[in-house]
Design a protein around this ligand. Structure first.
Ligand SMILES: CC(C)(COP(=O)(O)OP(=O)(O)OC[C@H]1O[C@@H](n2cnc3c(N)ncnc32)[C@H](O)[C@@H]1OP(=O)(O)O)[C@@H](O)C(=O)NCCC(=O)NCCS
Length: 168
């Protein structure tokens, strides 16, 4: 088993957008069905996440620079839940550093923020053919709770999720 990689987590700001666009594009290679493919669209997506919840747009940095980021949103109203939830809009880790705990670390930070804001549920949408991401979320305790076209909705109870994250 590979050792987990230590990363520092901090806000991803406009200055990081070029690096984030590169990381995203590389990270979604062979998963283009579920991703923006034009750099301008990726940048607009980053801007949208920053506008929705700038404090929830976070990067993981190692000695190699940015190695992952998460777009989390504590202002999201879920129509399906009928209440405000924590939403994970995006999570991507650079391909050559996967399975080193970076994705888990980014989720942990996002979930801590959700908890501080009094939220109790996290939701996200994942592509139905994105088996790696689905396994990743299932391992953390997310459960499928709906579908729209080729997107699967997953959700988790924040307390249970945090417990699981603190154990691992
Ligand atoms: C999904 C993603 C963010 C996971 O990031 P990661 O840093 O590799 O994940 P972690 O190392 O924190 O993995 C945590 C656990 O998830 C599970 N997991 C992760 N990748 C897995 C894989 N390829 N196969 C099976 N289980 C996997 C494992 O249980 C893993 O723990 P372990 O390595 O101790 O067994 C990464 O694969 C990625 O960037 N994918 C492309 C973008 C994407 O699909 N994003 C999600 C959009 S909703």
């Amino acid at each position: 088993m590979k050792r987990s990689l230590e990363v520092a987590i901090s806000r991803l700001t406009e200055r990081d957008f070029d690096e984030a666009v590169r990381l995203y594009t590389e990270g979604y290679r062979n998963l283009e069905l579920y991703a923006y493919t034009h750099p301008d669209d990726v940048r607009a997506y980053l801007e949208w996440m920053a506008e929705r919840d700038g404090e929830g747009l976070l990067k993981a940095v190692s000695g190699k620079g940015m190695v992952g980021f998460i777009g989390s949103d504590s202002h999201w109203f879920s129509k399906r839940e009928g209440k405000q939830v924590g939403a994970i809009h995006e999570l991507v880790v650079t391909p050559d550093l996967r399975r080193r705990g970076i994705g888990r670390e980014l989720i942990r930070e996002a979930v801590r923020r959700f908890l501080m804001r009094g939220l109790d549920t996290v939701e996200l949408w994942v592509g139905d053919g994105n088996t790696v991401a689905r396994k990743f979320y299932e391992k953390l305790g997310f459960k499928e709770s709906g579908r729209y076209n080729y997107w699967i909705r997953m959700k988790a109870d924040i307390q249970k999720l945090l417990q699981k994250l603190e154990q691992s």
